[in-house]
Design a binder for this molecule. Structure first.
Ligand SMILES: *[C@@H]1O[C@H](CO)[C@@H](O)[C@H](O)[C@H]1NC(C)=O
Ligand SMILES: *[C@@H]1O[C@H](CO)[C@@H](O)[C@H](O)[C@H]1NC(C)=O
Ligand SMILES: *[C@@H]1O[C@H](CO)[C@@H](O)[C@H](O)[C@H]1NC(C)=O
Ligand SMILES: *[C@@H]1O[C@H](CO)[C@@H](O)[C@H](O)[C@H]1NC(C)=O
Ligand SMILES: *[C@@H]1O[C@H](CO)[C@@H](O)[C@H](O)[C@H]1NC(C)=O
Ligand SMILES: *[C@@H]1O[C@H](CO)[C@@H](O)[C@H](O)[C@H]1NC(C)=O
Ligand SMILES: *[C@@H]1O[C@H](CO)[C@@H](O)[C@H](O)[C@H]1NC(C)=O
Length: 311
């Protein structure tokens, strides 16, 4: 009895004997570049199963293959070589007479949007089709590009700076997080994600924009972003060292180790040392002016009495 002959026809306008209650097609999430095992189950023992799919651009289902549990004394075989699923794309197994699996060996972006359906051949005859499933292919992001692309990056304290991190193609849209790595402080990581907003231009690129307010405490730390959309977490390849530029702090006079405010009484004829204290990045330069001269440098030695003015 060549009951399978009807399946030689590979294109038709979709199965019409859908019986979702008795035949079930189920599958896990589909990831680009991985295999995908689809499982078809009938409520009781079957002769075998058939598998059909349509591409996302056509309504027509085409036969992928049919597998019988037993045929001509062989187990889990197509009833005709022409009905074998393309072995370079698919593999199959028959875990029981009521269940079969078909595996896409290597999921591609071309599988995205495909509709799949399986059908059982009940022992009583006929066929019982499953629900159909539309494949959504998940794609893990693999890199994040930071802009500006400079390391180290010099920023002026208290002047907002903008950084972006752009991912490659990913589905679903990735999350992008931002961190400052304080290597000097036992690997402590500061999470500054709340300063960022995420924009998705297309599936091909998700951009996270960070509005960063440089503070002196971030000097010599590293900025980076990391992202995730279900796969391994990806960090930006660039982790620029932050060079925070800040102007000289309010300077102060020192004389003999203590701060001087106002005027200073010194003994006539003695030389004395005045020090001007201030910090900045890059370090500030010092210029002194006093009656009778000018000088540079942090320290000033006056070898006769007089009052100095500072600039
Ligand atoms: C499921 O199968 C049973 C027995 O095989 C049948 O009586 C029933 O009608 C089927 N369900 C549907 C929805 O056809
Ligand atoms: C899947 O296909 C891609 C693209 O053709 C290829 O680069 C990759 O190596 C394949 N993976 C496996 C597991 O065969
Ligand atoms: C069909 O799949 C291709 C990728 O193979 C995709 O680019 C296209 O957007 C899809 N079309 C629809 C209507 O989903
Ligand atoms: C930067 O801003 C903070 C907070 O507003 C302020 O305390 C600090 O003095 C500012 N630093 C500089 C160098 O302007
Ligand atoms: C960083 O902060 C964001 C937003 O507040 C949060 O969703 C994320 O889980 C945090 N990540 C880590 C590693 O703490
Ligand atoms: C998105 O990426 C896919 C695959 O890399 C490519 O075929 C498609 O043209 C890209 N779409 C856009 C809008 O750049
Ligand atoms: C400098 O300070 C020390 C101790 O504070 C004091 O003994 C000394 O007399 C001071 N010298 C001058 C020149 O004021």
């Amino acid at each position: 009895m060549r009951i399978y002959l009807i399946w030689i026809c590979v294109i038709w306008d979709g199965p019409n004997e859908t019986n979702a209650q008795n035949t079930t097609l189920s599958l896990p999430s589909a990831f680009l570049g991985f295999q995908l095992s689809m499982s078809c189950e009938f409520t009781e023992a079957t002769l075998g199963f058939t598998w059909v799919r349509s591409s996302n651009s056509t309504a027509f289902f085409t036969s992928v293959g049919s597998i019988y549990n037993v045929f001509s004394g062989s187990q889990c075989v197509p009833p005709d070589p022409e009905l074998a699923p393309n072995p370079s794309l698919y593999s199959f197994s028959c875990p029981s007479t009521s269940r079969q699996t078909l595996t896409i060996k290597n999921v591609t972006l071309g599988n995205h949007g495909e509709r799949w359906q399986c059908g059982a051949f009940p022992l009583s005859g006929g066929r019982s089709y499953s629900n159909y499933v539309i494949l959504s292919i998940l794609v893990h992001i693999s890199k994040l590009e930071m802009s500006p692309n400079v390391d180290p990056v010099s920023l002026i304290v208290n002047q907002s700076a903008q950084f972006t991190c752009t991912s490659d193609f990913g589905r679903p849209t990735p999350f992008v997080y931002w961190f400052i790595d304080d290597k000097t402080n036992k690997e402590s990581i500061i999470n500054i994600t709340t300063l960022s907003v995420i924009t998705t231009l297309s599936e091909n690129a998700t951009i996270s924009t960070l509005a960063f307010m440089p503070s002196k405490t971030y000097h010599n730390m590293r900025l980076y972003c990391s992202g995730n959309n279900g796969g391994p977490t990806v960090s930006s390849s660039l982790k620029p060292l932050l060079n925070i530029l800040f102007g000289p702090t309010q300077h102060e006079f020192n004389y003999n180790g203590s701060m001087v405010a106002g005027s200073l009484a010194v003994l006539s004829g003695m030389s004395f040392l005045l020090t001007c204290k201030s910090s900045g990045n890059p370090p500030p330069a010092f210029t002194w002016t006093y009656p009778g001269g000018t000088a540079t440098g942090e320290n000033l030695v006056i070898s006769r009495k007089g009052s100095t003015t500072r600039r």
